[in-house]
Write a protein that binds this ligand. Structure first.
Ligand code: CTP
Length: 397
């Protein structure tokens, strides 16, 4: 069936590239419907898009669309993908906050289709903390950003904020349209982030895990139609909309939350960086230097349960269990040892250190099985999430 992209066009100099995006999508066999903001019409007349599309262009909330009294709802329903290109800082802010004061933003709020944004703005507007926060909010909600990187901007400044090239925008849109609901009816359980093990009310043991990989897996699984349970330690990431979120602190709490969901899961991905041990007797009051030196300098530790090993030890044959191994050396050998020790079906081996792995947006990993391994190129965490799910699904079938 022919796919429909609703192309949201906002008011900025890069708008001329939207025409090329439209043509590129059409060449790929995609039907495009354009919705413009009023500011966009100051740069290009709707007639330009109408001529390219051979369909009416939507601008105002109260315009007459032939035979369609509530145009924003019909547009929202027609979309297989809602693509905003170029997207100004102002429209991005509205999308982040659910403001719906024109046809474009109302359609964005009403659609259940995936949303992609290709930002275009001045470098200082791009770098402004407000814009950056809006981007994080939208990304956490699963909105995909198609960024250009650095370059010359219309205002003469050099920096980030330039609209991505039309070919790249078209390629990203096509990729998003091709995502199928191949995980519909499946339950994917994901652990993410670090665990935090208290020493006293102020101090704790933890690690540098950001949770980004686990959250990306949860988002990818949701986009592919799965029911998702995301059990996460403390991270600075917003809820993954649509997932069953369990926010926990300690390894024991994580174990209990995973235990409750595991039996129903078809695929379980253990990406959390669980602390191997916890202070045996966390103090209820803050330990004081001097008086509590003994307790502070010699923290007695108790080993935490290995959540992955415990769950995989009781898995049914039709369940697929994926673990992670963050290593600074001998990735494949160490990952394979973990695979056997923990009874996982696959281990995602990950070289960390020297700027790789923790708190970065890109990863270079190797999928390790009992009898073989597959090296993947350096990729962002969203692509890695899909690659892991592809692999798990293959095992499931
Ligand atoms: N894991 C877990 N529960 C733990 C420890 C680890 O579920 N208590 C899971 C992680 O989520 C990951 C895998 O086991 O999928 C590997 O974790 P890692 O910390 O790298 O391995 P360890 O067994 O702790 O080995 P080492 O610290 O020696 O590398």
């Amino acid at each position: 069936m022919q796919k429909t992209v609703v192309l949201g066009v906002t008011g900025c100099v890069a708008i001329y590239k939207a025409c090329e995006v439209l043509r590129g999508l059409q060449k790929a066999g995609v039907r495009v419907k354009v919705v413009m903001t009023k500011n966009a019409t100051e740069f290009i007349q709707p007639a330009m898009f109408r001529a390219l599309m051979r369909e009416p262009v939507a601008v105002g909330l109260f315009d007459d669309a032939p035979g369609d009294p509530i145009h924003h709802i019909s547009l929202a329903k027609e979309a297989d993908l809602f693509l905003v290109a170029p997207c100004t800082a102002n429209v991005m802010a509205k999308l982040a906050h659910g403001i719906a004061d024109d046809l474009l933003t109302t359609t964005a709020l009403a659609t259940t289709a995936p949303i992609a944004i290709a930002p275009a703005m001045n470098v200082n507007m791009y770098d402004h903390v407000a814009t950056q926060e809006n981007m994080q909010t939208l990304k956490a909600r699963g909105v995909r950003f198609i960024d250009a990187g650095e370059g010359y901007l219309a205002c003469g400044d050099v920096g980030r904020g330039r609209l991505a090239e039309p070919d790249d925008i078209v390629a990203a849109a096509i990729e998003m349209l091709e995502v199928t609901h191949d995980l519909a009816g499946k339950h994917v359980l994901v652990t993410a982030g670090p665990t935090v093990e208290p020493i006293d009310p102020a101090r704790y043991i933890s690690n540098r895990s950001s949770g980004k990989t686990g959250f990306a897996i949860a988002r990818a699984a949701l986009n592919r139609g799965a029911k998702v349970t995301l059990v996460t330690g403390p991270v600075a990431l917003g809820d993954v909309e649509g997932a069953d979120m369990a926010r926990v602190t300690t390894a024991l709490q994580m174990r209990d939350a995973v235990d409750a969901a595991f039996d129903d899961a078809d695929i379980a991905v253990f990406s959390a960086a669980v602390c191997d041990a916890r202070p045996s007797n966390p103090s209820k009051r803050k330990l004081k230097k001097g008086a509590d030196d003994e307790a502070l300098m010699h923290i007695e530790l108790t080993e935490n349960p290995d959540i992955l090993a415990t769950m995989a030890g009781r898995k049914r044959p039709e369940q697929v269990v994926v673990g992670f191994a963050a290593e600074t050396e001998n990735v494949v050998a160490n990952a394979r040892a973990k695979l056997e020790r923990k009874h996982a079906d696959m281990i995602v081996g990950n070289l960390v250190g020297e700027g790789r792995g923790f708190a970065t947006d890109e990863n270079e990993v190797v999928f390790v099985y009992a009898d073989r391994e597959r090296r993947l190129p350096l990729m962002n965490k969203d692509d890695l999430a899909h690659a892991i799910l592809d692999e798990a699904l293959e095992k499931l079938e």
